[in-house]
Design a protein around this ligand. Sequence first.
Ligand code: BTN
Length: 314
Amino acid sequence: MQETRERVLEALTEGPVTGPELAERLDVSRAAVWKHVEALREEGFGIASQGDGYTLVEVPEFGGDAVEYGLDAPFDVEFHDSIPSTNARARDLADEGRADVAVLADEQTGGRGRLDREWSSPSGGVWLSVLVRPDVPPARVPAFTLAAAVAVARAAREAGVDARIKWPNDVVVPGEDAQGDEIERKLSGILTEMEGEADRVSWVIVGMGINANVDPDDLPSEARPATLSAEAGTVDRRLFTQRVLEEFDELRGDPESVIPAWREYATTLGKRVRVDTPGGEVVGDAVDIEFPGTLVVDTGDERVTVAAGDCEHL
Ligand code: BTN
C-alpha cells in the first residue's frame, strides 16, 4: 500500500481526525488527504465524516489495501476482482524485478494447476500467488511449497476446518463419498514455479488456490472439492488471507521448522501410497518426509525417496 495511504488509515483507526489535522500530521496537502480518503472509500473502506472529523468504521471483506491493513508480514498485496492467473501476473512482476509481492484475486479466468491442468477459480475463492526471492539453491525450493501447505492448513484449522496435508502440496479435508466410503476432499492446491541458475534461485512464485467461500456447484465435482464455507461457514477472507501470508512468512524465515510442522498435519504418513514419479511408479508405505520435502516410501524391498510426483493414497 502506498505509504501516505497507510498512514491515513492508521490515523483514521485511532479516532476522529479532521482533514486539516491529517494534512498537517502527514505533511501533505488537504487535497491529497481528500484523494486518499476517496480512494479508500472506493475500495470499500467505510469512512464516516462528522463534525469532529473522519473515522474508520468499516474494513472491506477483501481487497489489496484491506489485506495489507493490519497484516503482520512484509508483503505488498496487489488485488484483482478478476484476472487470468495470479501466478502469471506474479511472473510479470518478477520480470519487473519485484519481490515480496502477493497477487490476490477473487476470480481467475485461466487458473493453472500442476502438470498444466486447468484450475477452476470462481468468484469467492482466495487465489493467491506470493513472489519471493530467497537466497537458496533450487534444490531447497520444495520447502516453500510445503511451507505454503502448512500455512494454508493452519489458517484453515483456525477457521474451524479439519485440514490435513496430502503429500506434497494438497490441503485436504476428510469426508465420505455417496456410498459412505472415506475420502479426502481437496480444499487447496499449490503450484510453485521458479527461475534461477544451478546454485541459486532468482525468484520463486508460490501459487495457492484455496476454495474459500466458493459455491461447490461452481467447482468440478470429479475433483472432490471441499470449501471453507461448506465446512465451517463463510470465512472472512481478509483475515484468512492475512493468516496464510503471516504463517508463510514465518516459515520461510525458518525453513528447518517446515518439516516438523508438515508432519503434524500430514495425512500421507502411515498410508499405503502409489506415487507416479518422472522415473516410474513407486508403491509402498509412506514412512517419513525429509527436508526439503522428499517422501520416504518403504516398498517392502527398500526405502525409496521420492522428490516429486502425483501421490495416491491406497
Ligand atoms: C494443483 O494443481 O493442485 C495446484 C493448483 C494451484 C492453483 C493456484 S490458484 C492461484 C495460482 N494461480 C494459478 O493460476 N494457479 C495457482
